[in-house]
Design a protein around this ligand. Structure first.
Ligand code: 13P
Ligand code: SF4
Length: 317
């Protein structure tokens, strides 16, 4: 019989129970900014995709509990094959990774044999294995700027990030037509209304947002870059165009400043990532208790996917 945390612990006892189990397993808990506040509060490290990859590569823990989505945990396993990598809910996927099946991506590459294939880290290991270089939202512009000027470039799977990289770098990119279901949901009308109500607020946006929203932003960057900008800016209030999980760290680190999230169209709460939010404290306890679900990878695929990730890490400043 499998015992669940609910049977053993009251909700307020879970953080201490997770901490004890974490020590027993010699585990580290890595969390993305889009996780529930309760998960961020028990994490050893919170970061954006690039920072989390670096942490996963450098940790000396025996077990990595990856509180994020599947492609992130898979990247941790690619970088740290000798560690046990646990994902609290194996169903935590990503609409961008789903929008780019490896066979279709292979055909896309074959149509453009002279192109350098740059893939956003939000893709499967199989797509990474078919790519020349991986990027994240925090280094995409810098990496594209380092590519030979005479070579054409394919960019997959996020067309919104790709268009932004194109504008920032001045390079022409052939784009895969994928997008994030969360960043496509923000209501322009709600944003304009918030700007009217808070005219001094700075608008911070993630580059996965659509062009018409990025046009209204004062600053565009990865989740960590948005957090840094909120700290560095002289503004006292911010309208934040990304998954609202990031607001938890913004409010904790900058209690004197005000942060407003932008709702989805029709005022829905679909601005929360349905995949990220599958992870719960209860599932974190359960995965540490049962050591499942574990990320398991074919070694040949891992090695092929590792090469463009290592290239990214070497080129990232
Ligand atoms: P970051 O690169 O900011 O971590 O973004 C990852 C992501 O999935 C955004 O939707
Ligand atoms: Fe994927 Fe979008 Fe969720 Fe990020 S927010 S994990 S891109 S679905």
């Amino acid at each position: 019989m499998v015992f669940t945390a609910t049977q053993n612990y009251a909700p307020h006892e879970l953080p201490a129970a997770i901490s004890a189990l974490k020590q027993k397993r010699r585990a580290v808990i890595l969390a993305h900014y889009y996780q529930d506040e309760a998960i961020q509060d028990i994490a050893d490290f919170i970061g954006d995709s690039l920072e989390l990859s670096r942490k996963a590569a450098a940790t000396d823990a025996e077990v990595i509990v990856f509180c994020g989505v599947h492609f992130m945990a898979e990247t941790a396993k690619i970088l740290s094959p000798s560690k046990t990598v646990l994902l609290p809910d194996l169903e935590a996927g990503c609409s961008l990774a789903d929008a780019c099946p490896a066979d279709a991506f292979a055909a896309f590459r074959a149509e453009h044999p002279d192109h350098i294939a740059v893939s956003y880290i939000n893709c499967s290991a199989a797509v990474k294995a078919l790519s020349d270089l991986i990027c994240t939202s925090s280094n995409a512009v810098d990496l594209v700027n380092q590519l030979p000027a005479d070579r054409p470039i394919l960019f997959a799977p996020d067309q919104n990030l790709g268009r932004w990289v194109q504008r920032q770098s001045g390079r022409q990119l052939t784009l895969w037509p994928g997008s994030c279901i969360v960043h496509e949901t923000f209501s322009e009308q709600a944003l304009l209304q918030l700007k009217l109500e808070h005219p001094a607020a700075e608008v911070l946006a993630h580059p996965e947002c659509q062009q018409h929203l990025l046009d209204l932003a004062d600053f565009i960057g990865s989740t960590s870059a948005l957090l840094r900008q909120a700290a560095q800016s002289s503004a006292a209030s911010f309208i934040v165009l990304t998954e609202p999980g990031i607001l938890h760290q913004m409010r904790l680190k900058l209690p004197q400043k005000a942060f407003f999230e932008v709702p989805g169209a029709d005022g829905c709460s679909c601005n929360s990532c349905p995949y990220m939010r599958l992870n719960t404290l209860e599932k974190v306890w359960q995965c540490l208790d049962s050591m499942q679900p574990e990320i398991v990878m074919d070694e040949a695929l891992r090695l092929k996917a590792l090469a463009p990730i290592e290239k990214m890490l070497a080129m990232s400043r």
